[in-house]
Design a protein around this ligand. Sequence first.
Ligand code: HEC
Length: 344
Amino acid sequence: MNTLRSTLMGAAVALLAVSCVGKISDAPSTPENPDGENCEAVSKNDEIRLALAPACQGCHLTGNKPFFASLTAFENGLVYNEKYVKRGDPGNSMLIQLLNGVAPGSYPQMPPGQPYNELVSSGRVTLTIAQVEDWIRNLPATPAQLEAPVAEEFSVRRLTAEEMIISLMDQLGLTLEDFVSTTDPNWRNRPYVANGGKFFIWPGDWAPGISGEYVSDSRSVERFEALGGGNSLLYRKRDVSFGPSAAQTLVQMSQAWCARAVDKKNNPAVLRYVTLTDTSKSNPDAVQKNLRSLYLRMLGQPPSDAEAQALYEQVYLPLEAQNTRLAWIGVCAALIRHPMWITY
Ligand code: HEC
């Protein structure tokens, strides 16, 4: 009995927490409020957000317009977005037009299909359109913190297997021809062998390759699935996590594909400022320059001095002791396994 009661209480608390719409305060954790969540508005904008939420959050918590995911999302995406709210000028604010069902564009009414005023008369929301207009008339200036990114709001996801293949081919200056014999005039009409040792990876539901007709090396598709890729022909969902099999496949792929890029003639993707005859002794400046430019190419931002040095001392130099080819393959592969490369 007691257990049931506390379970129900727990559920009620959980529901309350959900209706708070995201985390809005650093309220201390209490028995009634174990997550430290708090439904009290922290500002005028927050009051409006919480008051509109019952009418809007059903569709705007996630997706490409997640205005109601948090106060920051509300302020960044809606309140201080000139397209929707013109400070001091409710008449020209699309938000008001949306509530009145007269906005230009394909969605004149928010919520779609139900006049906002009806929600007010039915008591689903208590905030009237006149109150929203008042708020816009007296809207506080853009808070300074909106200018800076908020770490907690930052979210990344892993690259999908498709994205990995496409971006890696592009970054490494490789094409399909580097893996399969597309120059053979008959290549579309009969199975051909993807040369062993090239570590070809290809989605099972992309052409060429559908149903193994063209890609006779079934490992190409198996590796793709290990990398987390799906296969619509087999009703196989993509894996959105980044588990050990994806990591292991990426390690092998990065080494094999970087090797192909280094060995490919006239391919400046990896060896842009150096040749394999340049060493840290004979041409130290070129080695440094190439290392930094490769970092920028693969990760989209220049390395800090500390990162460039770590890459040079821990990856490049030990491998260069064997040969420069291995050293550049190693640097290239290390960058592909970098968290910044894997995530988006
Ligand atoms: C039933 C789902 C649903 C509800 C509820 C809903 N919206 Fe929307 N909203 C949409 C869809 C769908 C779009 C258009 C698709 C898109 O851009 O994502 C949209 C777009 C918008 C836009 C962008 C319009 C544009 O042309 O750029 C705003 C602003 C907006 N909604 C605000 C609100 C507000 C405020 C509420 C609550 C009063 C609300 N929405 C309630 C589904 C909904």
